[in-house]
Design a protein around this ligand. Sequence first.
Ligand SMILES: Nc1nc2c(ncn2[C@@H]2O[C@H](COP(=O)(O)OP(=O)(O)OP(=O)(O)O)[C@@H](O)[C@H]2O)c(=O)[nH]1
Ligand SMILES: [Mg+2]
Length: 415
Amino acid sequence: MLRRLVDPADGRLLDRGLLLWFPGPASFTGEDLGELQLHGGRAVVAATLEALARLPGFRPAEPGEFTRRAFDNGKLDLSAVEGLADLIDADTEAQRRQALRQMEGGLARLTGDWAARLTRVLAHVEAAIDFAEEEVPEDLARVALAEADAVATEIAAALDDRHRGERLREGLSVVILGAPNAGKSSLLNALARRDVAIVSEAAGTTRDVVEVQLDLGGYPVVLADTAGLRDLEAAAAGETAQAAIEREGMARARARAAAADVKLLLVDLEAALGDATALDAARALYDARSILLLNKSDRCDPAEVARFSAELAEWRPLALSVRTGEGLDDLLARLLDLAGEALGGGEGAAGITRLRHRRALEDCRDALARAGSAGLPELVAEELRLALRALGRITGRVDVEDLLDIVFSEFCIGK
Ligand SMILES: Nc1nc2c(ncn2[C@@H]2O[C@H](COP(=O)(O)OP(=O)(O)OP(=O)(O)O)[C@@H](O)[C@H]2O)c(=O)[nH]1
Ligand SMILES: [Mg+2]
């Protein structure tokens, strides 16, 4: 209904807005729920909240309280709650798809299926215990354990996902490394399409790690520019204050490189053509997670560039010019491939999106392994119960009291 909202204390008009009524139990929380759609301005909202607060029984909701009530009333399980939090935070398309899948019960369905099968296994094992003297088929427990083993294998396969779901939430970490003046900050600015980092022809311009968040074809990427790497012993005579700062900058660059998913190793092509030692820094850092980039191709003879690239063929180098933009599309395509491989598409995989899920599944897998070798039916049953409890933690129906506050504190809605 469209209604005039009036302060009940003095009849003063607050706003004109939409009034929506969601009767329980079909509402979001499962309870009766009223919603006001106002004109959004801070003063309008403040005046309305103030008027509401004076009514008996009204108080502002705690952060996450609506979602908490939905959970308590069985409208959402814990993994769906986490999916909802991720959906609200999603910055890119792949993140949105993954969050929505979690909210719609992706992981819950899978763990529910495993739990149902393990419950049947447990029932069989318990029957074998209870009717040990009677005509329970000899190998019933053995057949049951084969099923537990099958579940354990499926869980192990789900865990073997190279942490795609967790990394999709956090973003692919890409770091730009190379000698001073190679054009690292220029590349960061070009990829970010804005002037984030200071660019200058003075070597040693960047000292701190400069970070930008990018949406790369739907994948979240955290791109970091770093201080140029060079041999300070040779470059600086004595330990000046400047050298100490540069040394710290390089230490930060190396730390970032160690933690990154992808390293962009940038080399000044013009310098490398003149002096092969210009490749040394990149050579030392190169590994399977690296892309070798030969920058400033605009300053070199194309035939020379082709010859040099061919010499380095085993490193799959990419010649580019940040200045003219040549080669940048190829770089983006290579990055997109890597991102897709590392993060998945937000669909397909089992849907482990948090360390919490991983720990629970690992606990389940370990308990099943112990069940398989326990021998004594009573011990087998106990391990199966532990495996089921571990699965139950994912949807939040057991053993999660200490966890709930953490999960719900992620919500700021209703604050
Ligand atoms: N001709 C040409 N010049 C470039 C190119 N990319 C960068 N430069 C120039 O190279 C110089 C150094 O660029 P920066 O981006 O500051 O280099 P950097 O690697 O961040 O340097 P440090 O922060 O000192 O380690 C600047 O004068 C840039 O304009 C390019 O593709 N072609
Ligand atoms: Mg720089």
